[in-house]
Design a protein around this ligand. Structure first.
Ligand SMILES: Cc1ncc(COP(=O)(O)O)c(C=O)c1O
Length: 456
């Protein structure tokens, strides 16, 4: 059935039966939804014909930008050849085989095996099951607790939301489930006090060690973290953090899970966050979002040799999987997306040109009266808006000022996101310098409008 042309009011009226993710249903019933109808490059158009610059690349995922015909062609070709077959029961398809080969090549050493799913949440859920299975196989059935961090986002299924460290998510569903624990994130601006960032990086890592000792090393199965915490507010760890985390995981025989759902596929100017922070031989890596640049749903769990060897040696069925694990169409799209990221040297450009320029433009806003801190790496940034710069004091009603600024941005045609009172941005990796100018100039205007609102 072709999708009819409708007015914005008609779309909004029909959309009332749709319960959106992460949405206040009372609020949307009053305001109506925004209807995005078209996109190209870094731009979006809504149903009233307004053009917006997308400072979030969708949900941190449209890494190569909108409108790439090659990805549509790859999906079209694969749909005609083989639109679906599953990978259960000793079966596979050429796109799934080929993608596994490519992922093994581009991910860090020691991650030689892959398990497919369709979302980051499912991938993290899969990891929780694999971790539990692994320690059972090792004869250590008590080693089950997974440590994560406050403000972490690892997805919305019960297990993934338990891994997550967002209070509001826990509150709506009596989470976390048993077997999950949380420690402080490497968030110097909020938790660093008088420590230097490097001193604080060690302290934040040692909070993991303290939690392991509190629970007992024989009870702790794994630690999960993003290289840079994205939805938590773009929290970039000090340089001392990741080396110490790796030491701790090794010392207490705790598996290391690196969630690369946002950082993977070039966001930090390297293929993976592991490359940016010298995270060596993690036991698992979660991939999603940028793997297909969001053109189709796909996720993958990269599994390290230690766990994979145990699974291979066991000789019994791993009773887990999804109808769409290794779906040939998203796998074909992922292959084309990865080819484009490599052939067009997009990630190199983030590292050497657009990333540094994005940082230069944002760092110039550090003197703005509302800006407490600018955190930026590659093409991801968090700008902390605060009540008092000198004392690093936040506003009294957390989230209000961030929301005001985000709403000004949307009204100005600049799509940004607010996390508490930080404004976060993660544009397509293909953004040009002049588009960065447009994005940051628009954002700077909205900072002024927000500052003026606060004074009223
Ligand atoms: C780091 C991280 N992990 C996992 C997820 C969950 O991915 P999905 O929404 O595809 O389930 C997200 C989504 O934003 C994420 O940012």
């Amino acid at each position: 059935m072709a999708i009819q042309e409708r007015s914005t009011e008609e779309w909004q009226a029909l959309d009332r039966q749709h319960l959106h993710p992460f949405t206040d249903y009372k609020d949307i019933a009053e305001t109506g939804s925004r209807i995005i109808t078209r996109a190209d490059g870094v731009y979006l158009w809504d149903s009233d014909g307004n053009r917006m610059i997308d400072g979030m690349s969708g949900l941190w995922n449209v890494n190569i930008g909108y409108g790439r015909r090659e990805l549509a062609d790859a999906a079209h070709r694969q749909m005609l050849e083989l639109p679906y077959y599953n990978t259960f029961f000793k079966t596979t398809t050429p796109p799934a085989v080929e993608l596994s080969r490519v992922l093994k090549e581009i991910t860090p050493d020691g991650l030689d095996y892959v398990f497919y799913a369709s979302s980051g949440s499912e991938a993290n859920d899969t990891i929780v099951r694999m971790v539990r299975h692994y320690w059972n196989l090792e004869g250590k059935p008590d080693k089950k607790t997974i440590i994560s961090r406050e403000y972490a986002y690892h997805g919305s299924t019960l297990a993934a939301a338990s891994l997550g460290g967002m209070k509001a998510m826990h509150d709506v569903a009596d989470l976390p489930l048993p077997g999950f624990a949380h420690v402080m994130p490497p968030y110097w601006y909020d938790f660093g006090g008088d420590l230097s960032p490097d001193e604080f990086g060690l302290r934040a890592a040692r909070a993991i060690e303290a939690k392991i000792l509190e629970l007992g090393p024989d009870k702790v199965a794994a630690f999960i973290a993003e290289p840079v915490q994205g939805a938590g507010g773009v929290l970039i760890p000090p340089a001392t953090y990741w080396p110490e985390v790796q030491r701790i995981c090794k010392e207490y025989d705790v598996l290391l899970i690196v969630d690369e759902v946002i950082c993977g596929f070039g966001r930090l100017g390297t293929w993976f966050g592991c490359d940016a922070f010298a995270i060596e031989r993690p036991d698992f890596m979660t991939l999603a979002k940028g793997i297909t640049s969001g053109y189709l749903p796909l996720s993958a769990v990269m599994v390290g040799d230690r766990v994979a060897d145990a699974l291979l040696a066991e000789g019994a069925e791993f009773t887990h999987g999804f109808t769409y694990s290794g779906h040939p169409v998203p796998c074909a799209v992922a292959l084309e997306n990865i080819r484009i990221l490599g052939d067009e040297a997009i990630i190199d450009r983030v590292a050497t040109d657009t990333g540094p320029y994005f940082a230069e433009r944002l760092n110039a806003l550090a003197d703005h009266p509302l800006v407490g801190e600018v955190r930026v790496r590659g093409l991801i940034a968090g700008i902390e808006l605060v009540a008092d710069k000198a004392s690093r004091r936040h506003f009294d009603d957390p989230g209000k000022v961030g929301g005001m600024c985000r709403d000004h941005c949307l009204a100005e045609g600049v799509v940004m996101r607010a996390v508490r009172d930080a404004i976060v941005s993660a544009p397509a990796l293909t953004i040009t310098r002049s588009e960065i100018d447009e994005l940051i100039d628009g954002f700077a205007r909205c900072l002024d409008l927000t500052a003026a609102d606060i004074k009223k």
